[in-house]
Every structure is written in C-alpha cells, then in structure tokens.
Ligand binder design. Structure first.
Ligand code: ADP
Ligand code: MG
Length: 242
C-alpha cells in the first residue's frame, strides 16, 4: 500500500533521507525505530505530503505522493497522522475534535459524523468524556481522542509519530492497548516508537533507521532479538537500558 523507492530529502545542504526504500503492505504493522535525528519524522511527513522530497518516489496504492500535486489532499485524508503532542484543538470538545475533519474536509452530514464520532470515542474508552475539552483530559486520554480523530477520516493507514513519548509512564499502556486493538482489526500502521515491547509484540516488521539510511530490516524477533548491524546493537543497548 505504501511504497518508498530510493527516497532522498534534504533541508538546504543537509541530506536527511539518503535513499529510503521500503514498503508497508495492507494490514501490516511496521515499526520504525532509530536514534533522534535519524529522519523518522521526516519519513512520515513525506509519506502524507506534509513535506516534499527531492529524489526517488513514494506511492500510496500506486498513486504518486507529490506535495505539489492536486491529489495530495486526498492522500492526506487517506494517511492519517497521530503526533507525539496530540495536536487537538484546545477550544473544541473531544467530540468536536473528532468530527471536524469528517464534516469540514469530507463533507459528511453533521449528525452522522457526531454519531460515528461518539462511537469511535467509546471504542477508545472515552464514551463518558465526549463533551470534555482537551484541558480536562489526561495526556493518555488526549492521545486516544487523537486516535479516534484519525479513525474518523476512514484512513487507509495511520502514521504514528512517537505517540506515547509525551505521556507519563502510567498512561502509556492505555494508548498502546488501543493501538494493539487497531492492529488486531487489520489497520495498516506505520509506527515510530521507542516502545520495544510494543514493537516486539505487535509489529509484523521493524525498520531500523540511522543517519537517513535503513540500516536493518526484518521481523521484530530478528531485528530486536538478534540484530546484525553494530549500529542496531548499539541503539538497542541504549534504549533497553534506559
Ligand atoms: P527524528 O524524527 O528521527 O528525530 P527528524 O526527521 O525530525 O528526525 O529530523 C531529521 C534531521 O532533519 C535532523 O537533523 C533535523 O534537525 C533535521 N530537520 C528536521 N526538520 C527540519 C526542518 N524543517 N528544517 C531543517 N532541518 C530539519
Ligand atoms: Mg521525530
């Protein structure tokens, strides 16, 4: 579904992606791991057209992703994104945050969007909080609103950028449980994460990125269990001892 072929991207003279090749098949959960600054967020932003890239090609279901192309608006609705810092509208309730896109971007009738939004919020365990404002919710609850908001767009895939990194440790589990349930339901997911247990238990494959290059790729068992490359070994040692 998502395909990257030799993708390169620079900011000025700094080359951030140095020829990324990889794919996410329909229904697959792929975890993208790697040190800070290795280009993980940049990959996600290129995939949904928030950033342009200079070389190579990205396609979603065979359609080329090009930030300058008219089709990019469709692609952005198809590739939902969940951010580390939630990015909710502070002056809108949980339900209003979830229905904003369906009503204003996709033109769905408001009553239908609200009904479905309430269902989605119930599904992420927030059925009793639909009229709460973000300021009245914990970080874990805000992130679950953000996931419901992503689902409301009926995306082909969801891109997660360190969804649990900003959360207090005791709130991480609820968010990972929601992501695990989505994976079980067959949602296609590309997840940037430092949660190695989640990667090991949920992902079909793991990509290890370092310095704008995919250094190692394989099943979680192999990449996390018996990494071959010294850079992967070094990274895992640091993350797991943390
Ligand atoms: P990661 O998500 O793996 O921490 P990023 O994709 O955010 O890494 O960043 C990769 C590199 O690109 C870093 O060196 C970062 O400083 C640089 N970078 C990211 N965004 C920009 C930008 N808008 N302008 C200039 N440099 C950027
Ligand atoms: Mg990042």
């Amino acid at each position: 579904m998502i395909e990257m072929k030799n993708v390169t991207k620079s900011y000025g003279s700094l080359q951030v992606l140095k020829g990324i090749t990889g794919a996410v098949r329909k229904g697959e959960v792929v975890c993208l791991i790697g040190p800070s600054g290795s280009g993980k967020s940049t990959i996600l932003r290129c995939l949904n057209g928030l950033e342009t890239y200079q070389g190579g090609e990205i396609t979603i279901d065979g359609v080329r992703v090009d930030a300058r192309h008219a089709a990019i608006r469709d692609i952005r609705t198809q590739m939902a994104m969940v951010f580390q810092r939630f990015n909710l509208f502070p002056h809108r309730t949980a339900l209003e945050n979830v229905t904003e896109g369906p009503i204003h971007v996709k033109g769905e009738p408001a009553h239908e969007a609200r009904e479905r939004g309430a269902d989605l919020l119930a599904r992420v365990g927030l059925g009793d909080k639909i009229h709460h404002y973000p300021g009245q919710l914990s970080g874990g609850q805000m992130q679950r609103v953000a996931i419901a908001r992503a689902l409301a767009m009926r995306p082909k895939a969801i891109l997660f950028d360190e969804p649990t990194s900003a959360l207090d440790p005791e709130l991480v589990g609820d968010v990972l449980d929601v992501m695990r349930a989505l994976a079980d339901e067959g949602m296609t997911m590309l997840v940037v994460t430092h949660e190695m247990r989640f990667a090991r238990e949920v992902s079909d494959r793991v990509l290890f990125l370092d310095g704008g290059v995919i250094v190692e790729e394989g099943t979680a068992e192999v990449v996390l269990g018996t990494p071959q490359h010294p850079r992967t070994q070094d990274f895992l040692r640091r993350v797991l001892n943390h």
